[in-house]
Design a protein. Structure first.
Length: 185
C-alpha cells in the first residue's frame, strides 16, 4: 500500500504539468501575499498619518482656546469636545494644573511620558477606568498647566483584525481554486 502511494507520488512529481502548476500556484500565492502586505502597510501608514494630523490639530486648537480665553474656556472646550459624540470614544484629553491636579479630560491619570516628551508618542493610558494604548502629544501652557491630547489606538487594532483575517481567507481560497483548476482529472 505504501509502495503504491509512493509510486503514485513519484509519477505525479515527474509530471511536468504538476510541477508547472505547483510553481505557478506558489508564484500566485507569493504575489498575492506581497500585494496584501503592501496594501496593509499603506492603509496603516495613511491611518497613522491621519491620526497624527488630528492630534496636532486638536492640540493646536485647544492651545489657541487657552490663549484667547484662559483656563475656564479651555476646560469648557475639552468638555464640549468629549461630549459631542464625534470620535469622543477615541479622543484622549487631559488638562492638569500647575500642581498636576486633573482639571478636565477623560484620562484618569498622567501617563508615562518618554524622556524627550516632544512630538507624538505612544504610551499606555487609563481612559475612563480602562487600560488602553494611545498616541499622545503634550503641550506645556504658559501658566504652568499641562495639556495632553491624543487618540486611542483601539481602532487601528480593530482595523488590523478586520483586514488580515479576511485577506488570509481570500488568499487561501484563490490559491485553492487555482490549484484545483490545474490538476487534471
Amino acid at each position: 500500500m505504501i509502495a503504491a502511494v509512493r509510486q503514485s507520488c513519484q509519477r505525479l512529481w515527474n509530471s511536468i504539468s504538476f510541477r508547472l502548476t505547483l510553481n505557478y500556484g506558489l508564484l500566485a500565492i507569493l504575489t498575492t501575499l506581497t500585494l496584501v502586505i503592501f496594501i496593509y502597510f499603506q492603509v496603516m501608514d495613511a491611518l497613522r498619518t491621519q491620526y497624527y494630523r488630528q492630534i496636532n490639530t486638536s492640540a493646536q486648537r485647544l492651545t489657541v482656546v487657552f490663549e484667547e480665553g484662559g483656563r475656564a474656556e479651555l476646560i469648557k472646550a475639552i468638555e464640549l469636545t468629549l461630549s459631542d459624540r464625534i470620535d469622543s470614544e477615541r479622543e484622549v484629553y487631559l488638562l492638569l494644573d500647575e500642581n498636576s491636579h486633573k482639571l478636565a479630560g477623560n484620562l484618569d491619570a498622567l501617563p508615562a511620558i518618554p524622556a524627550n516628551g516632544t512630538g507624538i508618542f505612544e504610551t499606555s493610558t487609563i481612559q475612563n477606568g480602562e487600560s488602553t494604548t494611545g498616541h499622545l502629544t503634550i503641550r506645556h501652557l504658559p501658566d504652568g498647566q499641562t495639556l495632553l491630547a491624543g487618540h486611542d489606538l483601539s481602532e487601528i487594532g480593530d482595523i488590523t483584525a478586520l483586514i488580515l483575517p479576511d485577506q488570509t481567507v481570500i488568499l487561501l481560497s484563490r490559491s485553492n481554486r487555482l490549484f484545483k483548476s490545474r490538476i487534471p482529472g
